[in-house]
Design a protein around this ligand. Structure first.
Ligand SMILES: Cc1ncc(COP(=O)(O)O)c(C=O)c1O
Length: 377
């Protein structure tokens, strides 16, 4: 086989690698390896791109979510609404933070939680909602969801693990709720190796999160523990990587959008597959390029055939959805048939390869192999 198109690739230009090497040398020579100047600069620049007062760098997207939830003062009987098509961490952290996740169905056109599914699931136990900007597409109803949460006195957290640099009506992901939680895992649109960020305009949330991130100490230089915290710190070297990635974010999003627009145009001429639409008021960072295949086409067979031809699709967002995962079936008593919209679209979803350095000819190759394979099936 001549050509192999990988599902994802991080974007590190040679000059960025040189910059990171120089930064690592500086960090090692300084002896300041955690929570120091690079982290502060990364936080300050990230807050700026999210248009929020505070950004707090943490060790992962999972810790960002857990810390954000822990600032919401949950009790064991409290429930937090979580869409079923998400990464396990989104629901697991609700349990780690001492409450119960209540899974919901999604809107099949946006793959996101919506007002209807929230309203259906609110009870006297509901304390908050986690909206996941799936695949980089900001929940199109996020502003209505925020209003609903304010009316019902519920907190709203954005799981923006996928959505660095995405925006709706020019308002960035991370600024649309009480707290935004980002991941910088290697497959993400920007990465720090491992890492995460919490964004908020709320001074109290920011202050509590800062304490929780660093073992519950009243401040970095103190030995006085005022909360049960954890080691959720981000190393300085990761922050240095994050700063070079952040500088490239607009360019990365622009390139991903160019490929996505090409896929949109070409897929409209292929039968058996329909791209997920991005509404015109949303800037999608295209963490995932999601398309739905028609009923009757076997996804696994399609992916296998594409793989044999050199096209590696990336993971779905998500299959199986959480209500069909063994652990949540066991803990929450969920079962097949609970969330029909999610089951339908997640079963038919395919995520085409996409990365910023993808060449036009690579995207052409993907489309041609897809066209050919769907015709064979
Ligand atoms: C939707 C979602 N939430 C949370 C996370 C957790 O992020 P991390 O892997 O950085 O802990 C991920 C990571 O893949 C994710 O995709």
């Amino acid at each position: 086989m001549s050509k192999i198109i990988p599902p994802v690739k991080p974007y590190f230009l040679d000059e960025d690698i040189e910059q990171i090497k120089a930064d690592i040398e500086k960090i090692l020579q300084s002896g300041m390896l955690t929570l120091h100047t690079y982290t502060k600069e990364f936080e300050s620049q990230f807050a700026k791109i999210c248009n929020v007062k505070h950004a707090l760098a943490v060790s992962s997207g999972t810790s960002a979510l857990e810390i954000a939830l822990r600032t919401m003062k949950l009790r064991t009987e409290d429930e937090v609404l979580v869409p079923t098509n998400t990464f396990s961490a989104t629901a697991a952290v609700v349990i780690f933070a001492g409450a119960k996740p209540k899974l919901t169905d999604i809107n099949s056109e946006t793959l996101c939680i919506d007002v209807e599914n929230i309203q259906k699931n609110i009870t006297s136990k509901t304390k908050g909602v986690i909206a996941v900007h799936i695949g980089g597409l900001i929940c199109p109803e996020i502003e209505e969801i925020r209003e609903l949460c304010q009316e019902r006195k519920l907190f709203l957290i954005e799981d923006a693990a996928h959505a660095q640099g995405s925006s709706i009506n020019k308002k960035p992901a991370g600024s649309l709720s009480d707290a935004g939680c980002f991941s910088f895992y290697p497959t993400k649109v920007m990465t720090t190796g491992e890492g995460g960020m919490i964004t908020t305009d709320n001074d109290e949330v920011a202050e509590k999160a800062k304490i929780l991130r660093d073992q519950g100490k009243e401040n970095f230089n103190s030995n006085i523990i005022i909360e049960l915290g954890y080691n959720w710190r981000l190393p300085e070297i990761s922050a240095a990587i994050g700063l070079t990635q952040l500088k490239r974010l607009p360019e990365i999003i622009k390139k991903r959008n160019e490929i996505a627009k090409y896929y949109d145009k070409e897929l409209s001429r292929i039968s058996g597959i329909t791209p997920l639409k991005t509404p015109s008021n949303i800037l999608n960072n295209y963490y995932k390029y999601v398309a739905l295949i028609d009923d009757g086409i076997e996804r696994e067979k399609l992916k296998e055939k594409l793989r044999a031809k050199g096209v590696r699709c990336s993971g779905e967002v998500y299959w199986p959805p959480l209500h069909l995962q063994p652990v949540y079936k066991r803990l929450l008593g969920t079962k097949e048939g609970d969330f029909p919209q999610a089951e339908d679209v997640c079963k038919r979803m395919i995520c085409l390869p996409l990365y910023a350095q993808m060449m036009a000819e690579d995207a052409y190759f993907v489309v041609e192999k897809l066209r050919e394979t769907l015709a064979e099936m």
